[in-house]
Design a protein around this ligand. Structure first.
Ligand code: HEM
Length: 507
């Protein structure tokens, strides 16, 4: 539905200032300028679709507002991030045009701000580098490796239960979001690096604080274009903090890689296919990266390994933590759903505190699985995905030109009423086989889809199921917030601004 967005004078002034600043950014970031310039011919056409400057959107309801924008403009519209237009796609049919097949695998400028930390690892790289790395890393997520990782999830879930148990005595509401975040950080640190972080017990540790701080800084930098040029940013207080935090993060990973190389030299059979299962159990992604070879038989350098380990640390903790926190809110607000999960857990697990790898693999907790899926529909941890088009696409009657940045919004796709009747209702039965059979394959994309989907999907799903099963086996939870009180922040990860508050009662 064509029609330009209403712009106030302040908005226009801000837009002009931002555009000027954008010119400066383009000028200073010479390697990136060519691409921005190549987009200019497309820009005048875009406001015709419906145009919204990003600063008109409220941070605490960022993606909630997208649902309104879809009603206002239709399923294709433009958001201006500073001087850069992003064509926003919110219908499964248009998302499919980008995600399916081997085109459009380049990430957009929004990911540039992750590269100081993650380098050009799997999440941020493109082209041949991405293809080679994806082939090298895929075996690391095989079921045989996951088996050992499930043991780590079970142990870490026990530590979390211990912490939660103490607060069950007080009967006061607690914010579970920081606790599940620390638990997820412990799990990913042990599975990715083979190192116990003890974040749940020592949340003030330098590395833990650095991981949380860098996510804040990256989000802030993405959002405000005056932070984009390196030479300006490095003089600002945030920029100086960014340098400090990066040094801490990289020093930590470098020292773990060095330690692990020494350990593997002393214990060469740890990565051996023939090693006995007790040794294989504790394989970390890092071990697999150290022994991996590309098609030409080359090993990865320490820098290559660091970017992949850091990528796992980033992608592998916040995402799972957010998914768990939103799920706890939804389950704690729906006693009927919770009762069905309790019944399933008691029947399947008996006296065991959490599911085994075999039980997870055999899908023995189907109702819990459907509940977690439904929670990821309403609150997808990654609420937006962005790519650069490498050829024109035709979607919903618009031709979107090659070279343009597109934003795919799982948060809005998952609320498309054509595919999800009564979209705001929390109903795990939507995922019963008979209810999902005819659904559009791109109507549900919390892990993205196509060749660049989430490599850690199975890992994340198993972790979520272990942690949630452990919590609900032990406790009955009651949410103390309504859905309206949750403020899902529009950041890289969809996180609750004021936390997720629940009371816990021992079962
Ligand atoms: C609930 C948890 C998770 C969700 C919802 C999730 C979602 C996603 C999504 C939507 C993408 C695509 C991002 C994009 O195209 O920009 C992605 C990519 C990725 N995820 Fe996850 N993720 C989760 C957990 C994990 C975990 C636990 C790991 C690692 C252990 C992981 C590793 C990755 C990596 C490396 C990529 C980049 C893949 C590539 O480009 O080839 N994720 N994830």
């Amino acid at each position: 539905s064509p029609g330009a967005g209403a712009c106030s004078t302040t908005t226009i002034v801000l837009l002009v200032l931002t555009a000027l600043l954008g010119g400066l950014v383009a000028y200073t970031q010479l390697s990136r300028t060519r691409r921005l310039v190549s987009l200019l011919p497309a820009m005048p056409a875009l406001p015709l679709i419906g145009s919204v400057p990003w600063f008109e959107l409220d941070d605490a309801r960022f993606f909630v507002q997208f649902v309104g924008l879809v009603q206002q403009f239709g399923s294709v519209f433009t958001i201006w991030l500073g001087p850069i237009p992003i064509a926003v796609l919110t219908a499964p049919e248009s998302v499919e045009a980008v995600l399916r097949g081997s085109h459009h695998i380049e990430k957009s400028f929004i990911y540039w701000f992750l590269t100081p930390w993650l380098g050009r690892g799997l999440l941020t790289s493109g082209g041949d580098k991405w293809r080679t790395r994806r082939r090298m890393l895929t075996p690391a997520f095989h079921f045989d490796i996951l088996r050992g990782m499930v043991e780590v999830f079970r142990e870490q879930a026990e530590v979390l239960i211990g912490v939660l148990d103490a607060s069950a005595d007080t009967k006061k509401p607690i914010d579970v979001f920081p606790l599940v975040s620390l638990c997820a950080l412990d799990s990913i640190c042990e599975t990715a690096m083979g190192k116990k972080l003890h974040a749940l017990k020592q949340s003030e540790s330098t590395y833990v604080q650095a991981v949380f701080r860098i996510s804040e800084l990256i989000h802030h930098r993405q959002k405000f274009p005056w932070n984009w040029p390196d030479f300006i940013y490095s003089w600002l207080p945030d920029g100086r903090d960014h340098t400090r935090v990066l040094a801490e993060l990289h020093n930590f990973t470098d020292s773990v890689i060095a330690e692990r190389r020494v350990f593997l030299n002393d214990n060469p059979d740890v990565t051996d296919e023939q090693a006995d299962s007790s040794k294989k159990r504790r394989l970390a992604f890092l071990d697999l990266l150290i022994s991996a070879r590309d098609e030409d038989g080359n090993h990865l350098s320490n820098m290559d390994i660091r970017e992949e380990v850091d990528t796992f640390m980033f992608e592998g903790h916040d995402t799972t933590a957010a998914a768990l926190a939103w799920s706890l809110h939804l389950i704690g607000s729906h006693p009927d759903v919770q009762a069905r999960i309790h019944e399933e857990l008691d029947r399947v697990l008996g006296s065991e505190p959490s599911p085994s790898f075999e039980q997870l693999k055999a899908h023995e907790l189907p109702y819990l699985e459907m509940t977690l899926k439904e929670a990821l529909r309403l609150f997808p941890s990654v609420p937006a995905i962005s790519r650069v088009l490498d050829q024109d696409i035709d979607v919903c009657g618009y031709k979107i030109p090659a070279g343009l940045t597109v934003g795919l919004i799982p948060y809005a796709v998952h609320r498309d009423p054509k595919h999800w009747p009564d979209p705001e209702a929390f109903n795990p039965d939507r995922f019963l086989p008979e209810n999902s059979a005819n659904r559009h394959p791109y109507a549900y994309i919390p892990f993205s889809a196509g060749p660049r989907n989430c490599i850690g999907q199975r890992f994340a799903e198993f972790e979520e199921r272990v942690v949630m099963a452990s919590i609900l086996k032990r406790f009955r939870i009651v949410s103390t917030q309504t859905r309206d009180q949750l403020a899902p922040l529009g950041e890289i990860i969809l996180r609750p601004r004021d936390g997720v508050w629940v009371t816990l009662e021992r079962r």
